[in-house]
Ligand binder design. Sequence first.
Ligand code: NAD
Ligand code: MG
Length: 411
Amino acid sequence: MSALFDSDDSNADSQGIAILGSTGSVGQSTLDVVRRHPDKFHVKGLSANSRVDTLFEQCKEFLPSRVVLNNPDSAQILHEKLRLDGVATEVLCGESALCAMVEAQDTQTVMAAIVGAAGLLPTLAAAKKGKKVLLANKESLVMSGALLMDAVRANSAQLLPIDSEHNAIFQCLPQHESGTSLNGVKNLLLTASGGPFREFTLEQLKSVTPQQACAHPIWSMGRKISVDSATLMNKGLELIEACWLFAIDLECIDVVLHPQSIVHSMVTYADGSVLAQMGNPDMRTPIAHALGWPQRIESGAEPLDFFSLSKLTFARPDTKKFPCLELARDAMRIGGTAPSALNAANEIAVQAFLDRKLAFTEIPNVIETTMGKVVHYQDVTLELILSVDREAREMADSLINTQTPVRVPHA
Ligand code: NAD
Ligand code: MG
């Protein structure tokens, strides 16, 4: 199949880009930045799970050579719609087509913005082909940090963080030609908004609804990461992500609550200096930073107006109310396949909460029990990671299905 994609890139100064998860929140923000720079980027591939209408509009506007859908019925519908509209984009389906799409010779840059473990294989495939990989899909690094970082090094790929905190740290670390260094760095301060339930009591947390959890006070994001943000598992996954991205020990990273989300993260140096990256909370800033890197390009984000800012506050997170942060730290301390099990159990528990089958406060319990039951292996291979992922999903699923049913309010 990849032979289909081996056409030469005629526009040498412009980067050919493939966007995994183009219909999602990060995917759409990426297209918004790309739209502002027709001279710098041309879209070669788009992909989504099943949202045909959004993908159809994206195909008409950006005329990619190919799109890949996960759902075969959706692929068929999109194929018909594009054909009727005279758009020549090729429509493909499934995981191997997704990997072939990021491997294509005409594609230099890959935005990895699929949500969850489904992003792992195409992200790995892009790294193995030595592409410039813009990483939003933190779950792939949590699941397979060692393998992904090895693939990046072995194939001279570039891995640029899109997560706003990691992108901020990347900007604050010393830069060398071969990447960032930890020269003189004492620790990293990962900021967290605290999510919509920061001020809730434990009692109030028991009855929160998916709708409340997905209404993040600052960021507008996909449903899964919104729930992760509300449980603080998002920050837990980000701790693990930072360890791998910057080759830094877990104990050298602190989490700081910063509800205004203006300081996106900080680096403390041995001499007492603290470097922070600031900006309005708008994902187009880290996306434009990574797309343009090492140049700076316009993102469309509003500049920060210091004269109208409310006060900036900082606090310690409450790990009793939000145990997921410590569960993630524990998984990273165990190492090997443990973060993969953590991620899988979390994905199942979050989906069950969104489906109103599990109370919000039960999410950490499902993850902790799963982590206690699955076997953790230290030597990681892709096969082992995928098998632990499957086992943890089954375990979490059966825990949820055998529990006394909880009533999650509908309001
Ligand atoms: P989203 O739910 O809005 O979008 C997810 C995208 O993935 C969609 O295009 C969907 O079609 C696609 N997708 C889902 N399942 C798929 C599958 N099985 N196969 C192929 N495609 C599939 O999510 P999002 O908020 O854009 O987040 C995407 C990733 O970026 C996540 O890993 C998230 O943690 C990370 N991230 C998001 C933000 C943010 O502001 N939204 C910030 C930092 C990091
Ligand atoms: Mg983040």
